[in-house]
Design a protein around this ligand. Sequence first.
Ligand code: COA
Length: 165
Amino acid sequence: MSDITFRHFEWRDIPAITAIYRPYVTDTVITFEYDPPSEATMAGRFGAMVELGHPIIIAERGGEVVGYAYASYYRTRVAYRFTCENSIYLRQDMVGQGLGGQLLDRLIDDSRAFGFKQMIAVITAERANSVRLHEKAGFVHVGTQDNTGFKFDRWIGVTYMQKAL
Ligand SMILES: CC(C)(COP(=O)(O)OP(=O)(O)OC[C@H]1O[C@@H](n2cnc3c(N)ncnc32)[C@H](O)[C@@H]1OP(=O)(O)O)[C@@H](O)C(=O)NCCC(=O)NCCS
């Protein structure tokens, strides 16, 4: 994985980010969206984070985007402003090689620098690799919700993990 470089988000990343996210929407319960967002929708979402100055990190290999991570408000009510929720998505051929941990470590550093004090990971209950990834980065389990999502004709629970930054 030594050929991976990391940098901040740029607008030209939108098509790659949209393509990376798409199969997780169409084929998995990792995200609770049903319909893959368009590039315009993703540009709107990332634009909102850019305006706020929230951290967005891009992993690149050979000039191609192979993963991304961001931290943005966990909830938008003002008293939550020091608390962020993280997201990490790898291109599917990059899963299982440790890149997620590298992105998470960088995201934690950038989130701390931004001024966030708490980071929350919201993980679909059955994703053992994501739970392990966050445990390794010092997150602790703070709760679960059973059957709060419904996708592909079944109920799905959610695990919450938290790290003080
Ligand atoms: C989740 C994700 C970010 C993890 O990144 P990754 O680089 O693929 O992580 P790895 O597969 O290397 O696994 C992380 C850890 O989980 C462990 N792990 C993998 N599968 C596991 C399983 N079924 N049970 C227990 N542990 C498991 C790995 O061994 C590794 O631990 P280690 O470093 O101690 O060996 C990445 O797989 C991804 O983008 N997945 C799709 C999107 C997603 O789920 N995002 C998280 C939502 S916020």
